[in-house]
Ligand binder design. Structure first.
Ligand code: GLN
Length: 188
């Protein structure tokens, strides 16, 4: 199995680092041709507006949607990546998304960079709490049918899953913890 990491903008090298720690074959994905070689894809945090426009110009937007609809791609979106997976986005400068997960999410819901924070999350299926970073994080304001909430913070879902799609509003890769990546690797 090869895990692709969308490498257009944002935190992709940190995700590759975690996959290397886990001794999983990882590949940077920049084109639809790269996507053909991967069974899983991580969409990293970064700037959702920038990543959205690069998804369009590279042709990856259509390619990812098509693989997801065929059920041949398992996807983990983190922070900006979660925004890009959502069917509905609120806030300023809403980017066009992949629309693969029926939830509503608000961009920059906590304000500026200064409102970034860390939190201990209790995650369904994991024994110990994990420390993760919320950086200009979005907030999931609504989850649709059959979207399972795996972790919440302050009463809002922060890690959700539906079928082959996992989305978290935080950065799981910055503190070196590997638990959520392992959870994603187990997803079928
Ligand atoms: N604020 C960013 C956006 O809306 C997301 C922040 C992040 O990925 N750390 O695109």
């Amino acid at each position: 199995m090869t895990v692709g990491v969308l490498a257009l903008q944002g935190d992709y090298s940190e995700h590759i680092g975690i996959l290397n720690t886990l001794k999983v074959k990882a590949a940077e994905v920049r084109t639809p041709a790269d996507l053909k070689h991967v069974q899983k894809l991580i969409i990293p945090g970064g700037e959702s507006t920038t990543i959205a426009s690069l998804l369009e110009t590279t042709g990856l937007r259509k390619a990812i949607i098509s693989r997801a609809r065929k059920g041949t791609l398992t996807i983990f979106g983190t922070c900006a990546g979660a925004i890009l997976l959502a069917r509905k986005v609120s806030g300023k400068n809403v980017p066009p998304t992949l629309g693969l997960l029926n939830m509503k999410i608000e961009r920059n819901a906590f304000g500026s960079q200064l409102q970034s924070f860390e939190a201990h999350l209790n995650i369904k299926g994991l024994q110990d709490p994990m420390v993760v970073s919320f950086i200009r994080a979005p907030r999931i304001t609504k989850t649709g049918w059959r979207v399972e909430v795996l972790a919440s913070h302050d009463g809002y879902p922060v890690l959700v899953r539906k079928g082959k799609i996992l989305a978290g509003t935080f950065h799981p890769e910055l503190r070196g913890g590997t638990e959520i990546h392992r959870l994603f690797l187990k997803m079928k």
